[in-house]
Design a protein around this ligand. Structure first.
Ligand code: MN
Length: 246
């Protein structure tokens, strides 16, 4: 039996932060991949699929399980797209080959069911956090990445652990407004792309925000994290809805 809505909805998720230390998140995501995602027109993962990614050469068991499930999904005929987040920006070609997922640039302009949407991870919009933006520029530099990836796995793991601890301390000290996207930066990217809709994650503040820029109605859809339940944007021919799963 084929239901009428089959494969007519694109699904967006982000900020799963899959990690061996939090098996419930991986279980929730694997259930979603085996159920909802199999009926989807496409799956878009907008960054931070993994809590940490130190290179394609050393996935742990939790990461391997997710890669295998993405491979099942893409083999089943559901296209899957994966964008870098601030935790897993070193996801590369070997991950893509193993999972069958296609890398997605940040930002990227998508056209879905006749509607255009600008799609980002979201960290680039948090411009109030100057220290983070400097760090982002450093670690997105091709030379820095080449040097990091040339280090032994143990050294990379140690550095990533130290970076996560530093990030936790930095974020704990940030004012809530600084940790969120900056309105002027949101307006700037919408204006530059000449688009009414922005979809992103990263802030873990799910919601649908409606506002004007230059007298034009705009919508910003923010995906949530997967810590307690899953957050999914369903985008179909009749519009979109942000739902909780699992
Ligand atoms: Mn993030």
């Amino acid at each position: 039996m084929t239901s009428p809505g089959r494969r007519s909805t694109a699904l967006f998720v982000s900020d799963l932060h899959i990690d061996a230390a939090h098996p419930a998140i991986a279980r929730r995501f694997l259930e979603f991949l085996g159920r909802d995602a199999r009926e989807a027109a496409a799956l878009y993962v907008l960054g931070d699929l993994f809590e940490s990614w130190i290179g394609d050469d050393d996935p742990d068991d939790a990461q391997r399980t997710v890669i295998a499930a993405l491979r099942d999904l893409t083999n089943h005929g559901v296209p899957c797209f994966v964008m870098h987040g601030n935790r897993d920006f070193l996801i590369g070609e070997r991950f893509a080959a193993a999972s069958g997922a296609t890398p997605l640039a940040d930002p990227v302009l998508l056209t879905l069911y006749g509607e255009r949407a600008l799609v980002m991870h979201g960290d680039a919009l948090c411009t109030g956090d100057r220290a983070y933006q400097r760090l982002r520029a450093t670690v997105r530099d091709a030379d820095w990445q080449r040097r990091f990836l040339a280090l032994p796995v143990a050294a990379r793991r140690a550095l990533a652990g130290a970076a996560r601890a530093g990030s936790r301390a930095h974020n704990a000290a940030l004012a809530p407004a600084i940790a969120d996207v900056e309105a002027a930066s949101v307006a700037a990217v919408l204006r530059a792309a000449d688009v009414a809709t922005l979809i992103h994650g990263h802030t873990h503040r799910p919601g649908i925000h409606r506002f004007d820029v230059d007298g034009i109605a705009r919508t910003r859809v923010v995906l949530g994290d997967w810590y307690d339940t899953g957050s999914v944007l369903r985008w179909g021919p009749d519009g979109f809805e942000l739902v909780r799963v699992g």
